[in-house]
Design a protein around this ligand. Structure first.
Ligand SMILES: Cc1cc2nc3c(=O)[nH]c(=O)nc-3n(C[C@H](O)[C@H](O)[C@H](O)COP(=O)(O)OP(=O)(O)OC[C@H]3O[C@@H](n4cnc5c(N)ncnc54)[C@H](O)[C@@H]3O)c2cc1C
Length: 508
């Protein structure tokens, strides 16, 4: 990877802060839309994709809402809300379209380097949860994006799907599972790196590693003056750009605050750290081939839903369980303990205090998680793998998430678990806060950003390019069943995935 050492005096059209999947996706989209655009990327660490987008820092689930029960809450009348699930499933299909385009156009050598079929399963126990899963299955499968999902309460079938989860389980326990063959595991790190490798070969693109953005100031002509520091030499430089994307992951909030745009006032951040148990025994890893998501415990944040996850990382199969949530005042895994205190400003202290008061069960949950002993962690694992032994698992630190705290007229402040894009009214700056559903929906998020910030998005040239990169662009995969089936069949083939129900749908 090319690291530039010289002083930065140039004025690129676009500055991307942070070298994670969001900046990579935006960079490639913009370069494809406008090949003459100039882009500088600044990353504070010495490699791309070293924070949340690194494969060991996230769960690598291609979030399609096939197995994540938190995307389908049960409403007060007992029915299942599927709106969010449909939106996430559609967004992931859009991401797959763009990735398939990158493969067909040789931006990425092979899909096998970053995406694999791993069936997505939801698994629950207890009468009430079984009833919920049955209803969820019915509600979801009435929508074409969830065709192919299987449901069973039959123990033998579940044992065939996920033997580790069933072996050693009490015989009289009521259990149920859904299975979606089309589920995926995505190495977002490999994908990000491939996109940066491509960007680096393009004229007018510069990637600066070990460069931290310290400050940004709007100038009279609405361009941005960006102050960057070489972390090795401490040398500071200034550059200007017409457009800035703050894609700094957990580091986005402090930079948004520094930008001083009125749209960025009142936001706060609540960091949640995570840990995984990583299996160290090849015989066990081999016996499992699924991402198994369960129900979150009371008070836990939605992203702490426990899951037993097959991963494919750099050609090697792995098995992870977690995440166990925790609390740290750092906004980045490689950040500073002062991140949280320094982010508190006059304009966000009220929403932050209000969000704190309204989320006592979450605080209690996080404190309990931090105090967990290895035996407590094993007990949680045993819910999904009853015969687990502690010595077969190593504890590793996952990536850091910063949940968004927003002003709220009624409550004063609310804690959000989604993603929040903040854009300056003149479209000269955008920042991405939050982390869920995250990398899986990077393409839809960056398309939305381009439409908000680049007037050219409406021109026939850019519209044509959008359609080349995302064939369903301008149409709705959630509303158009035939289009969704055709699109899925195409991405499944190009990305070397498979799902038996797809062929029937396309030929029907
Ligand atoms: C535990 C965990 C599990 C997850 N599981 C999933 C999952 O299964 N599926 C999914 O789709 N998503 C998942 N996510 C979310 C996903 O990882 C993130 O949404 C995604 O990686 C965010 O990408 P990004 O580019 O915004 O941020 P990052 O990948 O964090 O990149 C931001 C970069 O900005 C750099 N930076 C920060 N400050 C500065 C500065 N001042 N100057 C220069 N550079 C700076 C950082 O060093 C970093 O490299 C998970 C996240 C976590 C933490």
């Amino acid at each position: 990877m090319n690291t530039k050492k010289s002083s930065k005096t140039s004025s690129p059209d676009v500055v991307l802060i942070g070298a994670g999947i969001m900046s990579a996706t935006l960079g490639v989209l913009l370069k494809k839309l406008n090949p003459s655009i100039t882009i500088s990327v600044f990353e504070r660490l010495d490699r791309v994709t070293a924070e949340s987008s690194d494969p060991w820092n996230n769960a690598g689930t291609g979030h399609s809402a096939f197995c994540e029960l938190n995307y389908t809450p049960q409403l007060a009348d007992g029915s299942i809300e599927t709106k969010k699930a449909v939106k996430i499933a559609e967004s992931f299909e859009v991401s797959k379209e763009f990735w398939a385009y990158l493969v067909e156009n040789e931006v990425i050598d092979s899909p096998d380097s970053f995406i694999h079929n791993i069936p997505h399963l939801s698994f629950v126990w207890g009468e009430e949860n079984v009833e919920y899963l049955r209803k969820r299955y019915k509600a979801l499968t009435s929508h074409h994006l969830f065709h192919g999902m299987e449901y069973t309460e039959d123990k033998e079938t579940i044992e065939n799907w996920i033997p580790l989860v069933m072996n050693g389980r009490q015989a009289d326990e009521k259990v149920a599972a859904t299975r979606m063959e089309l589920g995926t595991d995505v190495n977002f790190g490999a994908l990000t790196k491939a996109m940066f490798d491509y960007l680096e070969k393009q004229d007018g693109v510069n990637l600066y590693l070990n460069y931290e953005v310290d400050d940004l100031t709007r100038q009279k002509d609405n361009s941005w003056l960006i102050e960057v520091k070489d972390r090795a030499t401490r040398k500071e430089s200034k550059i200007t750009a017409k457009f800035v994307f703050i894609g700094a992951g957990g580091g986005s909030l402090p930079l948004l605050e520094k930008s001083n745009i009125p749209e960025g006032k009142g936001f706060g951040g609540f960091p949640v750290s995570g840990q995984w148990l990583v299996c160290n025994k090849p015989e066990i890893i081999e016996k499992h081939q699924a991402k198994v998501y369960g129900k979150a415990s009371v008070g836990s944040p939605p992203m702490s839903v426990p899951h037993l996850d097959t991963r494919m990382i750099d050609g090697k199969k792995a098995l992870l369980f977690g995440p166990y949530a925790g609390f740290s005042t750092k906004f980045l895994k490689n950040g500073s303990y002062l991140d949280l205190p320094l982010s508190i400003k006059l304009n966000n202290i009220k929403p932050m205090l209000a969000a704190g008061l309204h989320n006592i069960p979450l605080t209690k949950y996080l404190i309990d998680q931090v105090r967990q002993s290895p035996q407590d962690r094993l007990e949680a694992l045993k819910d999904y793998f009853p015969e687990a032994q502690l010595e077969d698992w190593d504890l590793e630190t996952a990536g850091q998430r910063v949940q968004v705290i927003k002003k709220d007229k009624k409550a004063g402040g609310v804690l959000e678990f989604g993603t929040e894009m903040v854009t300056a009214a003149d479209g000269s700056l955008a920042a991405l806060l939050g982390a869920s559903p995250g990398a899986s929906t990077a393409v839809s998020i960056m398309l939305e950003l381009i439409h908000k910030c680049f007037a050219e998005a409406k021109t026939s040239e850019w519209q044509r390019e959008f359609k080349k990169m995302i064939p369903s662009f301008g149409k709705s995969l959630s509303k158009e069943k035939d289009l969704a089936a055709k699109t899925r069949a195409w991405t499944t083939e190009v990305l070397h995935l498979s799902a038996s129900h797809l062929e029937e749908e396309v030929t029907a």
